[in-house]
Design a protein around this ligand. Structure first.
Ligand code: ZN
Length: 351
């Protein structure tokens, strides 16, 4: 992730702080030290630091177990909204996923029990600040542990539920069911949020989108696993000539109902033109040639490219289609619609 700084390394895993987190912490400490906002005192700053420590422990626990299964951990990045363990994809083995997902919340619950025990046993010997901090640390760990156990993606509970289901049914169905349960949870959370706490509505939206996103990515990676571009691309490609005018191009687009065309010269691809490009040209200027406005920086695909990779390219660059090139020649075109159609056909129905 951009703009994050390594603060330390543990078990060979670098822990990085994102700049937004750093700025936030500094700000809170400055506000507390100089008494800029009466309600933010040094205890608030300490509390924020404790939350930070809690999140680190949580993420480290996931990473530690994952590492024991031989999964590579790139790093842990801490953001104001929580931590992210950047690891390579967890193998679709429910038993492993279950343990990796459980590790985070369980570590927080164990800490909560320990700090609570210390408070009960030694509470009377501790200074007010120290027992205050211990008390907060207990509460933060308890809340973080329990909250993450809610059975909703992208929280750990969603993964635990999916792993539990995946031992009893196929992986996609298990994900679909877990995502559906997650979304229902999100809706309930949002309704509760309307009455009690608006922050809960934000969390609900995050959970709802997370559940859907997790399901989509599993569907894509599982169903498109061994499909290649050449299996579904359109080989009969309509191309345009660089000397076509904007006016002509618009006419062709309306007639053929395609939103984008490759532009070739002597069989070689030299650019791409989309409806978006031509519709920007004012009406009195439409005798302009498309070679003047085509995009020449092209993202291309290969007939042997895996469709998972192709859909990644389309999404990352927010484009609808890619020219398919083999040995420098344009051999086809692949669009997001083509891939979506395949997905719709293959997607299992829940019954
Ligand atoms: Zn977690």
């Amino acid at each position: 992730m951009k703009y994050s700084f390594k603060i330390f390394s543990i078990f060979g895993i670098p822990v990085e702080l994102h700049i937004s987190f750093l700025v936030l912490m500094l700000l809170i400490y400055i506000i507390a030290l100089f008494n800029l906002i009466p309600s933010v005192n040094i205890l608030t700053a300490v509390l924020i630091t404790l939350i930070f420590a809690t999140v680190v422990i949580h993420e480290l626990s996931h990473s530690y177990i994952a590492k024991r299964y031989g999964i590579k951990i790139q790093r842990i990045v801490l953001l104001p909204i929580g931590g992210i363990s950047e690891m390579e994809e967890i193998p679709k083995e429910p038993a492993k996923e279950l343990r990796i997902a459980l590790a985070g919340p369980v570590s927080n619950l164990i800490i909560a029990v320990i700090t609570f025990a210390i408070l009960i046993i030694f509470g009377t010997f501790l200074s007010a600040i120290l027992s205050g901090a211990l008390y907060y640390f207990t509460v933060v760990n308890l809340l973080l542990g329990l909250f993450n156990l809610l059975p909703a993606f992208p929280m750990d509970g969603g993964r635990i539920l999916r792993a539990f289901l995946a031992e009893r049914m196929d992986f996609i169905k298990a994900t679909k069911l877990a995502a559906t349960i997650g979304k229902q949870f999100a809706i309930i959370m949002a309704v509760i949020g309307v009455f009690f706490n608006f922050l809960l509505i934000l969390v609900a939206i995050f959970v709802y989108l997370g559940a859907e996103g997790e399901y989509r990515s599993v569907v894509v990676s599982t169903l498109l696993g061994d499909e290649k571009v050449k299996d579904i691309m359109t080989s009969d490609v309509h191309t345009l000539n660089p000397d076509n005018s904007v006016q002509e191009t618009l006419k062709i687009m309306f007639r053929e109902k395609h939103m984008g065309y490759p532009i070739t010269e002597d069989g070689k691809l030299i650019g791409i033109i989309t409806f978006h490009d031509v519709s920007k040209i004012p009406e009195n200027n439409r005798d302009m040639l498309i070679k003047e406005i085509m995009s020449t920086e092209m993202i291309i695909s290969d007939p042997n490219e895996n469709l998972v990779e192709t859909i990644g390219k389309l999404n990352r660059n927010n484009i609808g289609r890619l020219p398919v090139i083999e040995n420098g020649e344009l051999v086809g075109i692949i669009s997001k619609t083509d891939i979506t159609k395949i997905l719709d056909k293959k997607e299992p129905k829940l019954d």
